[in-house]
Design a protein around this ligand. Structure first.
Ligand code: GDP
Length: 297
């Protein structure tokens, strides 16, 4: 199992009993442990390096009060810096969906949990925020995906756009917009098709849909267990499509949350929600505190 960072640093600083300020040497020694902890938590190497640089700067010369040990002091500085990187601007989990009907575009790779997350979010918006939500699947390549969204819609009591065979994604997006306007919906969610990996066809399709839908939010759904790959995926989607936020799924798994830190550091986009299981209730607002705790072990 992972060794707790606080214990590790406690060990490093065992012989360091005098209080006062953290010396450059103390900090260097501590940073080695922090680096291992970050890498074990699946934080990417460049992000870990950048993070450590920032912490090193803050920790060197920092005063150590009588009530804490130098190790505890370093852990606090690391913790505060983790929160600073993880927290995005604005209220966690907030979405720009004021002007009805507000389109939300859901993008991501196949198997990332996109369809499940679309339904989870629709349920949350309906039940928690009292919104009238319409969901539409644009995955014309996989009829099963369209049916999956329909089934989930029935399960959570959210309307899905009727499936019309042979329609292309742009036409479906337009029809969703019309139905959302006519039906007095507050929000309509477009669940785009995924691919196993990023390819030109996928990106061109998502781009075309984005251009007709003009989404208020474009949420990228990524599997939180895929670490570095998740970060590459986010960079790619953001460059090409422009995302407004990220939903990290499978955070109920063994992952240590390092992907969240890398994602924030690399893309600068807010992580809005986390998926914590297969059930429709298993979606929560992203909490930097909780993930920081998980990374620290
Ligand atoms: P899509 O291809 O991106 O639309 O992926 P799906 O929504 O079909 O999800 C793929 C699988 O991942 C399904 O079996 C989901 O139940 C499961 N899944 C989605 N989100 C989560 C999550 O947060 N945690 C866990 N454990 N499983 C999830």
């Amino acid at each position: 199992m992972f060794e707790n960072l606080s214990e590790r640093l406690g060990g490093v600083f065992d012989r360091l009993t005098k209080q006062g300020a953290l010396s450059a040497d103390d900090v260097k020694t501590a940073m080695r442990e922090v680096r291992v902890a970050l890498l074990e938590a699946d934080v990417s190497l460049p992000v870990a390096r950048q993070f450590i640089k920032a912490v090193e700067k803050k920790a060197t010369g920092a005063s150590v009060t009588k009530s804490v040990t130098p190790g505890q002091q370093v852990v606090k500085i690391v913790h505060d810096e983790l929160i600073a990187v993880l927290a995005g601007e604005g209220e966690p989990g907030s979405l720009k969906i004021d002007n009805a009907p507000a389109p939300i575009l859901m993008v991501g790779l196949q198997g990332s949990g996109k369809t499940t997350t679309t339904a989870k979010l629709a349920k949350r918006l309906t039940e928690r925020d009292g919104k009238k939500v319409l969901m539409a699947s644009l995955d014309v390549n996989r009829p099963a995906a369209m049916e999956q969204l329909e089934i989930l819609g029935k399960q959570i009591g959210v309307t899905t756009l009727p499936i019309v065979k042979g329609e292309d994604p742009v036409a479906i997006a337009k029809r969703a917009k019309t139905q959302a306007s006519l039906g007095g919906y507050d929000v309509y969610m477009l669940d785009t098709a995924g691919r196993l990996s990023i390819d030109e066809e996928l990106m061109a399709q998502v781009e075309a849909v984005r251009d007709v839908a003009n989404p208020r939010e474009t949420l990228l759904v990524v599997d939180g267990l895929t670490g570095q790959d998740a970060v590459h995926t986010a960079e790619n989607f953001d460059d090409r499509i422009g995302i407004s936020g990220v939903v990290l799924t499978r955070m109920d798994g063994d992952g240590r949350g390092g992907a969240a830190l890398s994602m924030r550091a690399v893309t600068g986009k807010p992580i809005k929600f986390v998926g914590l299981g297969e059930k429709m209730e298993a979606l929560e607002t992203f909490e930097p505190e909780r993930v920081a705790g998980r990374i620290l072990g």
